[in-house]
Design a protein around this ligand. Structure first.
Ligand code: CAO
Length: 576
């Protein structure tokens, strides 16, 4: 026989909107499985099933309005009538139809940051918190309605804090809801009688206040406040700046940050606008509600929003564990603006190279604490020599550009400073020092930025480096580079000197630990031997991973490099 399941007593609430129907005919449900989510102007709550069995019919749909006794649907127990449920005190049970709630609707944690009043029936404390004294005095736990022996999940004040009437003192958590206990008096906290993990009931001493204004006889946990009109507002802690933001405890054991998902920001999670069932679902998946954009009415987060958030996090390859983006956290989103509202637009897909290199650059930017050390090298002699050698080199098919000299100078500097030619092990505990020097160089191509690699650059002289630089550049521009020609770099140089600019701050080509950015050389007045003389100066920047290279080492590297570039003979010497 099918059993009617009806909306339980909702306290003061009537004609409440159904914002979600969480089950469908054919679903097997247990006692307490949430059936519908309803929303009053004060709170969002799930209505759990009062019986176990299979849903045979549903009488409600999203948008309907319900009051106590409205039929939700029918449940048929496997092999007969739906199993009767042991109703807690206060619940009336009739044979067949369940007239009264077997369990109180579970209230969304979104109220918890502003005092979730569980069954919205909290009465004024039978004993005024301060004992009715003129100011300060004892503050006790008010009447918690049906709840007893409730866990303190947070103590929100400490001795010495000045508090007002209504300042939240404790956060309590029942099985159904999380609620703050506001102070019933103003004053300075003299002592606290409770700590996290303690259990309290009506009348338990919270602490003693001294001084301050006369206490106001104040009701128990505040009534839940209305859900936010917009999710953005929900996130803004602007409501009561003077009050301490409670940190609610997880509703269920928080799973360790799921791979690919950022860790849950508990305060944000608590503020998020979602029904208890959606909260539970998000908890199970380790998904942080505070990072989701709700697509439900008034920005409420729906189960679909949770699913698409998780899907997106898992497919985007967001780093998990270890990096800055990981361990921490997720990035605030850049707002999407519909520019077509302001004028004509064209949507152009990124190139394949851009789609590949973009996440790599972002990972480096987010994971590596970059420092940029700038310097300039006097390349007056280098350029004079290069011009002399250029013609001869050209006859041999070699284009001797300034970059070849820079690469050669880098080889010498990397030999001198082997840490710059290293990588940090992912454990963060060891450096991997490479006994070879493979120089990557950024090449601008019609399809985007690529990084060909001159292998064993330390075994090649300036002409061999120049030849390879030109060959690989041509291949890069023609899109003919092999994968192997872009692998194995130990250090990278990015030269924009052929184009212009006085300097720039390159992003390290991780997992390398440094990159050199070279800008355009120009003549500058340099003070030498008591006078200003025109010298050709080459500006460059070393970006380095500060976890591996400290500032002194960084500037030693750039100083050494500048010295080597100023000494052209050392650069054109044959490689031993
Ligand atoms: N200062 C002044 N002039 C410079 C210079 C510098 N630092 N570097 C190069 N030049 C000159 C060269 O001498 C050459 O002039 P000549 O033909 O008169 O000798 C001209 O600029 C062009 O050089 P080039 O670009 O052909 O050769 P290159 O070896 O300097 O660079 C390559 C090769 C592949 C690095 C370059 O073509 C390139 O793609 N650069 C862009 C790299 C890039 O996009 N980096 C940004 C990465 S994202 O951060």
């Amino acid at each position: 026989m099918a059993t009617d399941i009806k909306v339980p007593d909702l306290g003061d609430f009537k004609d409440v909107e159904v914002i979600d129907v969480l089950v469908k005919p054919g679903d097997q449900v247990d006692v307490d499985t949430p059936l519908i989510s309803i929303e009053t102007e004060k709170a969002t709550m799930d209505v759990p099933s009062t019986a176990a069995g299979v849903i045979t019919s549903l009488a409600l749909k999203k948008g309907d309005r319900v009051s106590k006794g409205t039929l939700i649907g029918q449940i048929e127990a496997k092999g007969g009538a739906a199993s009767a449920v042991a109703a807690p005190a206060g619940a009336k049970k009739t044979s067949g139809a369940v007239e009264e709630p077997v369990s109180t609707p579970s209230i969304s944690k979104e109220q918890s940051d502003r005092n979730a009043g569980a069954p919205a029936k909290a009465e004024a404390p039978s004993q005024p918190a301060s004992g009715g004294g003129p100011a300060g005095g004892e503050v006790r736990v008010p009447d918690l309605g049906d709840f007893k022996d409730v866990e303190v999940i947070d103590v929100l004040v400490k001795p010495g804090d000045r508090i007002d009437v209504d300042t939240p003192l404790l956060t309590l958590e029942t099985e159904k809801a999380t609620m703050d206990v506001p102070s019933t008096a103003a004053g300075v906290v003299k002592s606290l009688a409770l700590k996290k993990g303690d259990r309290v009931s009506k009348g338990t001493l919270i602490g003693v206040l001294e001084g301050g204004a006369a206490p106001a006889a104040k009701a128990a946990p505040e009534a839940p406040k209305a859900p936010p009109a917009e999710p953005a507002k929900a996130a803004a802690p602007a409501a009561a700046p003077a009050k301490k933001e409670p940190t609610p405890a997880p509703e269920a054991p928080a799973p360790a940050a799921t791979k690919g998902l950022p860790q849950i920001d508990e305060a944000g999670f608590a503020r998020a606008y979602a029904s208890p069932s959606v909260r539970k679902f998000a908890r199970e998946l380790g998904a942080d509600l505070s990072r989701m954009k709700g697509t439900g009415p008034k920005g409420r987060i729906t189960p679909e929003d949770v699913k698409s958030f998780v899907k997106q996090a898992l497919t985007s390859g967001a780093p998990a564990g270890g990096g800055a983006a990981a361990g921490g956290g997720a990035l605030p989103k850049i707002p999407e603006v519909d520019f077509s509202k302001f004028g004509e637009i064209e949507v152009k897909p990124l190139s394949r190279i851009q789609r590949i290199s973009g996440p790599h650059l972002q990972a480096s930017w987010l994971n590596i604490p970059h420092v940029w050390q700038m310097d300039e090298a006097d390349i007056t002699e280098l350029e004079e020599t290069r011009k002399k050698l250029k013609g001869e080199a050209e006859k041999q098919g070699i284009k001797l550009t300034p970059l070849a000299f820079v690469l050669r100078a880098c080889v010498l500097a990397l030999r001198q400073f082997p840490n710059v030619n290293s990588s940090l092990e992912s454990s963060g505990k060891n450096l991997i020092l490479k006994k070879f020097i493979n120089l990557g160089f950024a090449a601008d191509t019609p399809g985007g930025l690529v990084v060909p690699v001159i292998k064993d650059a330390d075994k090649k002289d300036i002409y061999e480096i120049a030849r390879e630089l030109a060959d690989l550049s041509a291949k890069a521009r023609d899109g003919k580079l092999k994968i192997t020609e872009m692998q194995g770099a130990t250090f990278t140089v990015s030269s924009l000197g052929g184009i212009g600019g006085v300097g720039f701050t390159p992003i390290i080509n991780a997992p390398e630990v440094a990159i050199l950015g070279v800008a355009k050389s120009s003549f500058k007045p340099v003070y030498q031997d008591g006078q200003f003389v025109p010298r050709l100066m080459l500006p460059f920047t070393l970006a380095y991973d500060h976890r591996v290279i400290d500032g002194a080492a960084g500037v030693r590297f750039t100083t050494f490099l500048a010295e080597k570039l100023a000494d052209v003979r050392g650069l054109i010497e044959a490689v031993p």
